[in-house]
Design a protein around this ligand. Structure first.
Ligand SMILES: Nc1nc2c(ncn2[C@@H]2O[C@H](COP(=O)(O)OP(=O)(O)OP(=O)(O)O)[C@@H](O)[C@H]2O)c(=O)[nH]1
Ligand SMILES: [Mg+2]
Length: 328
């Protein structure tokens, strides 16, 4: 049975304690429900918070941590959707590695992050360390990540200097597996939350799975996820990310069927991207990671088909507009 608390907005089940206790067991507000044990497992009274889900540690954020951010700007929430091992966390790790190296998201400058250690935690796996030439992939995202996904934050500035807060979800593929089968399943609450609150989505298609013996199942799973995402999608942009594009495309017809299927669902604002951890001068897989984010932010911020408003040039005959120069 999940842990409960009588303080509003407190979520011990997500390992968040509004009173700031590191060990949930010492919090006087905690309701010790039947079945909650003293140690072990995600929903335990004895669980050490260890700063994992509170924003001031810089770790990936939880739902409550969004509040202070939303006070400064309208947060753009980008939902990363895909089955287990589809490449969602690796995409985020790549994105941060490029930003850390000084590369930019086209049209946007890096202006900070509330979750730097959270980004480092995943990008660190793709980083060469002193004395070692080994890199590895970030670990599988745990299904015990809580009720809401891990949230990674980027503050960006556009060309005119406007600050934009973007938050990316890093959720376990298992959530989406449950969600594609049953939208209302208990284990699909996090996936449903992403769909409800996301301002834009990236659907990950695993090119390795699509080239392997389980390609039929992989195709069906992607299509089912696309169906779910397509429901009430409205103007929200949907990007299809061909992850692990370095794996040879042995079944081009299969990919075309997926493309056709998603286009038939009719997302109003749709684009495809091919990415990989491997560098390729012709395919620009790395560049497309940054372009994916740029396209999403641009699309979320601007109404479809609506050109950016033109800034009228000052009419120099108008004395009102010339007020300052007249009075100076
Ligand atoms: N060949 C190849 N393999 C990749 C690439 N990106 C990821 N992988 C492999 O795919 C695995 C899963 O990647 P993740 O990024 O953890 O996938 P995920 O979607 O976050 O998975 P969950 O956390 O389980 O939902 C990695 O451990 C790698 O083995 C890529 O660009 N090329
Ligand atoms: Mg993951």
């Amino acid at each position: 049975m999940p842990l409960k608390c009588n303080t509003s907005h407190c979520h011990p089940e997500d390992n968040e304690c509004q009173a700031g206790h590191h060990s949930l067991s010492v919090c006087p507000h905690l309701i010790r429900s039947e079945g909650a044990t003293e140690a072990g497992g995600p929903n335990t009274v004895g669980a050490e918070l260890d700063g994992r889900r509170v924003s001031w540690t810089g770790s990936a954020m939880g739902l409550t941590d969004l509040e202070p951010l939303s006070a400064r700007s309208r947060i753009l929430l980008v939902g990363l959707v895909g089955m287990e091992n589809a490449g969602k966390t690796t995409f985020l790790a790549l994105l941060f590695s490029f930003l850390r190296r000084g590369q930019t998201i086209p049209g946007y400058r890096f202006a900070g992050s509330n979750t730097l250690p959270g980004w480092e935690l995943i990008a660190g796996f793709l980083t060469f360390r002193d004395g070692s030439n080994q890199v590895s992939f970030p670990p599988h995202t745990s299904r015990n990540a809580g009720r809401v996904p891990g949230l990674l934050h980027l503050a960006l500035k556009d060309v005119s200097g406007h600050l934009i807060d973007v938050v990316f979800t890093d959720a376990p593929g298992e959530w989406f597996n449950e969600w594609r089968n049953n939208q209302k399943a208990d284990a699909a609450v996090g996936a449903e939350w992403i769909h409800q609150h996301g301002d834009g989505f990236l659907l990950f298609a695993d090119c390795e799975e699509l080239a392997g013996p389980n390609r039929g199942t992989a195709r069906m799973e992607i299509q089912m996820l696309a169906d779910r995402l397509g429901t009430n999608l409205g103007k929200r942009p949907l990007g299809l990310v061909w992850a692990k594009s370095d794996v040879e495309n042995v079944r081009p017809a299969l990919r075309e069927k997926i493309q056709g299927y998603i286009q038939a669902i009719g997302p109003q604002r749709y684009r495809e991207f091919a990415i990989s951890v491997k560098q390729d001068e012709q395919q620009h897989w790395h560049k497309q990671v940054l372009e994916t984010v740029s396209w999403l932010i641009d699309t979320i911020r601007h109404e479809p088909g609506e050109p950016l408003p033109l800034i009228p040039s000052a009419n120099t005959d108008d004395l009102f507009l010339l007020r300052r120069s007249v009075s100076s």
